[in-house]
Each structure stands twice: as C-alpha cells, then as structure tokens.
Design a protein. Structure first.
Length: 355
C-alpha cells in the first residue's frame, strides 16, 4: 500500500491504469491462472497500477450467487505484490458501488486487502440531489482515498454540474478524478472545477475512451495562467494493447514537456492522426455502433486473440460480441497495427501463465 503522499505523487506523475477484466472458464467460474496472467501482463507492460472491481471487471461479481468481489480483489492485490514487489510504485484502485453502506463496506474491504484508493461509481444515485451525492462521497472518503468518477449516461452515469465537481474538489481525501462523460463540455467542467478549487494535489485522469489522445494533449486554461493537464488514464481501452498505451503516454509526456507553462507551443499535427486511429479502434473494441452492448466481450476478444484469455465468456451469458464486431476488430488491427502489442504478449505469455 502506498503512503498518502506517495500515492498522490504517483498519480500526479501520470499513469496508465488499466481497468482489469475478469477471466472466466467456459463454465463461468473464475479462471485464477489467467486472472493472474492478466495482472502480470499489465505490470510488465509498464502500467502504473490497475483498477479492479470496476465495470470492465463486471459489476455482477457482487451478486450473492456469484460472490467474486472479494476473491477477485484479493487475487489481484496478491499477484501484484508478488510480481512487482518494491521495484516501483504500483497503485491498486478498487471499484466501489451502491448506496453509502455498501460503498463503505467495499472501501473497508479494499483497505484491508491493501488497495490504495477507491473509484466511486455514482450509478446507484441517478435520481438523488447533488448534495446527497456529496454527503455520500465525503463519507466514503473517510474510509479510503477517493478517486472521483464522472461516468457517461449511456452506460449508467448521470449528468453532474460544475458546482458538484467544485464542491467535491473540497474533499480532503480526493486524490484523483476519472473524467469519463464522453462529452467535451462536461470534461471541461471537471477540469475547471478542480483547477478553480486550487487542488494541485488532485490528479486528472481521462476515462473518455473516445478522446484519449485529445484529453492527454490539451492544455486546459487554469487560474494563474498555468495550464492544467489530464495527466493519465484509467481506461477499459487500456486493458488491451497496454504496452503500446504506456509508450503512447510516455510520448505524450515528452510532447507536453516542450510546452510553456501556459500551454503555448507547437504540437505535431501527426498527433491528430493518432488520436483518430485510437478512437476508431476503440469504437470496434467498445462496440460504439451498438451503444457499447459488446464492450466487455470486445475487450475479452482482443485478449483471447492474444492468448491471455481462453474465451470471451461473461458472467451474463447474454453478453457477447455484437453483429459485425469481430469484423470491425479485424479491420482496426489491420489498419492500425502500431496500436497492438501482439509481439510483446507472445514473448511474455508463457511466463505470465505459468509463473
């Protein structure tokens, strides 16, 4: 577990944080061997941590008849500690959901298992007043450092005002915010709110899988004339091709390093081409044309093709690739081979599976 100051420094440095998938057998039981292999893959790919128990891990792990929330969090934490050790910081982020009582229980469990922060979903609060949401967030933040989360309405989120984010930015335990409304106006709301609160110690992370490069390269205006950046990403898209995601973020950091404090300076136009390519690829992985119905199976299919998963099974047997999604995955991997890390996976797969 990272000390509070070390956690903030690590997140502010900008990290690739994959949203960890769930490896299942054909009978839809936990495939521990491949679950461990995924964690090892992310660590060796250079990720700065993992998010477990989030949407990509499948919310149904919490169902009473499934009962995988604790085992999956425990397995990821144990594997990460054994694999990474003290070689470098590696943040463990636990997904937290439900009403306040449930979210606090999950936060307490996550802390017990050595998790560093909780990514708090507000999906269960779609009809609540924003002040109720703020009380909920403050309460959970008393148990575990808080990773705020703006989730797009298309997959269970809700619209939240600038005022909500401005007040959330006053919560002492807030360490980061995942900005994932898939909406430029609302993305700017969050950046403005955190900047206006003067919270230089709160890291901004993109969850906008449709605008990853754009988010990471944009110098947002902030008080005092010093640009504010979204420094890293906590993304389902980065659960695949993770080594290339780490290389991308490293190149983004180098490009941002050439800018003045106010964000002025040249950015190579080739970044626009790369941004479009990654968004196109994400459309295939996330099944955007069917309103994300095949999102989790799409992630699984990429990992299955690489050998990291044995199949694309989900806890819900009705979750499967959409019509034409496999062909779209064929197309984007053919058109953008530089986005994939197939060779890296081939070299490490046996070691990750059998260590």
């Amino acid at each position: 577990m990272l000390a509070p100051a070390a956690l903030r420094a690590h997140l502010l440095a900008g990290q690739v944080l994959p949203a960890h998938p769930l490896a299942l057998t054909a009978t839809r039981t936990l495939d521990e061997r491949r679950q461990r292999a995924l964690t090892r893959y992310y660590a060796d790919a250079g990720a700065g941590g993992i998010a477990v128990g989030v949407h990509t891990t499948q919310f149904a792990i919490r169902d009473r008849q499934v009962a995988l929330y604790r085992p999956v969090l425990e397995l990821a934490a144990e594997t990460a500690r054994d694999w990474v050790g003290d070689a470098r910081p590696f943040a463990l982020i636990a997904g937290l959901v439900g009403d306040t009582a449930q979210a606090v229980r999950e936060a307490e469990l996550a802390r017990t298992l050595g998790y560093d922060a909780g990514l708090l979903s507000l999906g269960a609060w779609r009809d609540a007043e924003e002040q109720e949401l703020l009380v909920h967030c403050r309460t959970v933040a008393e148990t575990i450092p808080l990773f705020g989360f703006y989730l797009q309405p298309a997959v269970g989120g809700r619209e939240l005002s600038y005022r909500f984010w401005r007040e959330l930015a006053e919560v002492e335990g807030l360490v980061a915010v995942k900005i994932a409304p898939f909406d430029r106006y609302r993305t700017i709301d969050v950046v403005r709110a955190v900047a206006d609160a003067g919270r230089d110690d709160v890291a901004l992370y993109t969850g906008n899988d449709d605008a990853i490069v754009t988010d990471l390269l944009t110098p947002f205006a902030a008080p005092g004339g010093v640009a504010r950046f979204i420094v890293g990403g906590l993304l389902g898209q980065w659960a695949v091709w993770t080594q290339r995601a780490v290389a991308l973020l490293d190149r983004v950091k180098a490009a941002r390093g050439g800018l003045a404090a106010d964000g002025e300076g040249p950015i190579d136009a080739r970044w626009l081409r790369e941004a479009a390519a990654l968004t196109d690829a994400n459309g295939a992985v996330f099944d955007a044309r069917h309103r994300f119905a095949g999102c989790i199976p799409g992630i699984h299919e990429v990992l299955r093709r690489q050998g990291l998963l044995a199949g694309i099974w989900c806890l819900d047997s009705h979750e499967r690739l959409s019509l034409g999604q496999a062909e779209e995955l064929d197309r984007v991997t053919r058109e953008y081979p530089w986005l994939t890390d197939d060779e890296f996976v081939r070299e490490g797969l046996e070691r990750w599976l059998d260590s």
